[in-house]
Ligand binder design. Structure first.
Ligand code: MG
Length: 167
């Protein structure tokens, strides 16, 4: 079978966390002021978790749970930006560089429109890439489903990687 040398790779990621009263709420590396926050072993940042899975998928490096198990004390309460930075170094070791990332956050409340530039800046810094390579979009689900009932938060991410070396 012929091996491919196509220099571009796409990846997709999806993550969900339950929401509960009185917890910290981290999204895209930014702390969101809200009565509820994500129930998680780590800081529960769904945007970063979906992004890590999209990056790992594009590089064919398994998934976030494989590298950072949620039953490991090492990752209890961990800042997800650290996981994102480690993910980027794994894919760079395999000879890839980020082209761009596009994220959809599904959240009924609160509105995060004004926080998106700060999230982009924070993620770009953790990923050592240009802010223009990180797009974040937010949507409600029109009060439908677990997101609409404010029982949870979800995020989808798509990434494009470019092969930069023959590693
Ligand atoms: Mg998660």
């Amino acid at each position: 079978m012929a091996t491919t040398t196509f220099p571009f790779r796409i990846g997709s990621g999806y993550d969900v966390h339950r929401l509960a009263d009185g917890l910290e709420f981290w999204l895209g590396g930014v702390k969101v002021e809200h009565a509820k926050g994500a129930v998680a072993h780590s800081d529960g940042d769904v945007i970063i978790h979906a992004l890590c899975d999209a990056l790992l998928g594009a590089a064919n490096l398994r998934d976030i749970g494989y590298h950072f198990p949620d039953d490991s004390p090492e990752y209890k309460g961990i800042d997800s930006k650290i996981l994102l930075a480690q993910t980027m170094s794994m894919l760079r070791k395999k000879g890839y560089e980020l082209g761009n990332a596009d994220v959809v956050l599904c959240l009924q409340r609160p509105k995060v429109k004004n926080l998106i530039p700060a999230m982009q800046q924070c993620l770009a810094k953790a990923m050592q890439t240009d802010i223009d390579n990180i797009s974040i979009k937010a949507t409600t689900t029109e009060t439908l489903g677990f997101v609409g009932r404010e029982e949870g938060v979800a995020a989808y991410a798509t990434t494009l990687l470019m092969k930069t070396s023959c590693t």
